[in-house]
Write a protein that binds this ligand. Sequence first.
Ligand code: MTE
Ligand code: MO
Length: 422
Amino acid sequence: MRTGDRDEPDLTHEATYERLRSPSRRELLRLSAGAGLSAGLGGGLLAGLGPAAAAAADGGIVKPLPPELFIPHGTNAEMRWEAMRRQGYLTPADRFFVRNHTATPLIDARTWRLKLWGAGLRGRPAEDRPVEFTYEDLRALPAETLTSAVECTGNGRGFFASQQGQAASGTPWKLGAVGVARWHGVRLSTVLRRAGLTREAVDIMPRGLDADFVDNGENLGRVRRPLPIAKAMDDVLLAYGMNGAPLPPDHGHPVRLVVPSWVGIASIKWLGDIQVADEPLHSPWNTRFYRLFGPDYPPEGSAPLTRMNVKSAFELPWDATLRGTGRHVLHGRSWSGGGRIRQVEVSADGGARWHTARIRDRDPNPRGWVRWDVPWHPRTTGRYELLARATDETGAAQPATVPFNRLGYLFGAVVRHPVTVI
Ligand SMILES: Nc1nc2c(c(=O)[nH]1)N[C@H]1C(S)=C(S)[C@@H](COP(=O)(O)O)O[C@H]1N2
Ligand SMILES: [Mo]
């Protein structure tokens, strides 16, 4: 999965990559200011799709959001973790979280085209003379299946306020902004090669067909985030299927990227075009967002975020009620962008004693999660807090607290799950 030689920097990490050719702070400020080159193009391309690109009506999400499966957060909705109880390994599409910057666009696959352009392709095709693939072109290419998590970088953000007393800005997710699906599609590397990828290619910039994102009155253009070519050529999928069905509108129909192990923002939905550049690219989504900002970080923020961290969740309602002081079996899942989960421990006494959970998946998928269970015998009725902490194959684990960052990314501390035994 990772490239190369130990002496070589790992360029599949945007952070490593960034360190090697980081722009100056002044340059970054300029790059993060607004839509830059892409301003105004959104409307034109969308108009080109005609009625096919109408946006979903009220609320911006197409699928039903029954309250037993979802907690709504404006244009987004998170999965309730009890909805994974008695499910198999995968998150069914009906309960997969939705993170929309604006609204789900309704795109007709018959008129849709994927457009590739830029100086990293043979002949350096311009944006208005791109290399095009139809939906059928992509489906005719060798198909692959990839079981991978997609997780929002801000998953767990609400716990900065509720557990650490410092609120971060953004959607106050609990732990439900994650899901694991079986994605079907064609490797991005296959399509990049067919489009004429050259050795000069450095970064790609996939861009969505949803409406321009307006941040406090400032139009930042369409959702787009650079991806280093090394990651793009590694394990990234252009997905047109999810759990054996066509990709649903809310999850990127007709085609989305799935960038395993990385921050959810990398997995661009409703993919319209991909710039392939022979120089580093920037967008607000890797300069002003998706870096760590705060007292512990430099003014321009950390390096752009790449891999997700380690997390664990119980398959219980938030504020669960359990009947009886007898034997219970607690179920949950743990996952990490760093790879396979090696160990999960659970505490019911605030972290004084930890019990090793039984991991049910024998051969853990490094891009997915593991299911686990552990018996629990509460001796008295009353309020409890259940804690779960996991360790991944790199040795990364879940601490009791994490340093604050203003945008509330990567909350990886142990979450204290309230339970009442009656
Ligand atoms: N075009 C586009 N792609 C996007 C987004 C978006 O708003 N527009 N949101 C991103 C973010 S922040 C996340 S976490 C994932 C969420 O994917 P999902 O809604 O299928 O769960 O999609 C990413 N891709
Ligand atoms: Mo996200």
